[in-house]
Ligand binder design. Structure first.
Ligand code: NAD
Ligand code: UDP
Length: 311
């Protein structure tokens, strides 16, 4: 039994990770500021003898005794939320990483960073392998998130080289599933909620931009395999589903699967919105034996079923 800290543990992905780690018999502490997360996401674990929630902002240092592992997920992930207070987003990524790395160093814990495909920016290389350095605007409206996550990766590798810390860095591509917040603003949750409520589906730009959507359970499996891999496997490792879809294709699938009569309505494309995104997952396959198993149709059907219970 390990003692494991999950920052952002009451968020969408963090709560699924807490479920899996608790089920494996570990003692799990979810640390969260509840900025975008919610106690409802972990209500199934409240009262479990090996589960605890701490309300805390990772921008401030914290000490917790005897940790074996830290998964650092704390950070708003949706553009609407990370652009709400961009300075705090940057602090969350940079000071949050620093505080968690110091905590790991003091406890000699292994530490995992939830990085992102956004480190590739609006990519010119397609699909994106980990060796690609990216094409990121350092001063745009997405930069607080992209550059914050890039700086966090730098800190992880410097702690690894300078302090011999055992690190794992995953670059997450767009992930969806039950427990996404209905008002999160991400495309999958927006389209599903709009379709179920009979509202127009809001397509930004012409809808020809692409994304690759990974189902949450597949992602969490990748996280755990990476954390448990040999210490030589520091990452960064891309985890995502290489199936690539335009936003118009996604809208069409959501309409079909919900049976909704909603129409599409176009809004301007946000500044610096990446035109294409698709992971090269050769490293995840080779080093972790990981491949995604849930196809978009199946994952969307499960996510739609979830939203029907909460709307
Ligand atoms: P989420 O918004 O549901 O979860 C983030 C959690 O972190 C929330 O519970 C929030 O309250 C908490 N949090 C935010 N700022 C905090 C702070 N300063 N201190 C403590 N807690 C704080 O988003 P998610 O989709 O679950 O994302 C989890 C992680 O995965 C994030 O680091 C995100 O950048 C990364 N990621 C997610 C995706 C995706 O598609 N879902 C893609 C790439 C990277
Ligand atoms: N998008 C859209 N309609 C929405 C929300 C998003 O067309 O209601 C587009 C957005 O412009 C982007 C893509 O969908 O091109 C994915 O957006 P999301 O915010 O989910 O993720 P990210 O842009 O961070 O990959």
């Amino acid at each position: 039994m390990k003692k494991i800290l999950v920052t952002g543990g009451a968020g969408f992905l963090g709560s699924h990770l807490c479920d899996r780690l608790t089920a494996q018999g570990h003692r799990v502490i979810a640390l969260d500021s509840f900025f975008t997360g919610n106690r409802r996401n972990v209500q199934q674990l409240l009262g479990h003898p090996n589960f605890e929630v701490i309300e805390h902002d990772v921008v401030d240092p914290i000490h917790i005794d005897g940790l074996d592992e830290i998964y650092n997920l704390a950070c708003p992930a949706s553009p609407v939320h990370y652009q709400h207070d961009p300075v705090h987003t940057m602090k969350t990524s940079v000071l949050g990483a620093l505080n968690m790395l110091e905590l790991a160093r003091k406890s000699n814990a292994k530490i995992f960073q939830a990085s992102t495909s956004e480190v590739y920016g609006d990519p010119i290389v397609h699909p994106q392998p980990e060796g690609y350095w990216g094409h990121v605007n350092p001063i745009g409206i997405r930069s607080c998130y992209d550059e914050g996550k890039r700086a966090a990766e730098t800190l992880f590798f410097d702690y690894h080289r300078q302090h011999k810390l055992r690190i794992r860095v995953v670059r997450i591509f767009n992930t969806y599933g039950p427990r996404m917040a209905a008002d999160d603003g991400r495309v999958v949750s927006n389209f599903i909620v709009q379709a179920l409520q009979g509202k127009d589906l809001t397509v930004y730009g012409e809808g020809s931009q692409t994304r690759s959507f990974c189902y949450a359970d597949d992602l969490v499996e990748g996280f755990i395999r990476l954390m448990n891999a040999d210490d030589a496997v520091t990452g960064p490792v891309n985890i995502g589903n290489p199936g690539e879809f335009t936003m118009l294709e996604l809208a069409e699938r959501v309409l079909r699967l919900t049976g909704s009569q909603s129409k599409l309505i176009h809004f301007p494309l946000p500044e610096d919105d990446p035109k294409q995104r698709r992971p090269d997952i050769s490293k995840a396959k080779e080093l972790l034996g990981w491949v995604p198993t849930v196809a978009l149709e199946e994952g969307l059907a499960r996510t739609i079923a979830y939203f029907k219970t909460v709307l």
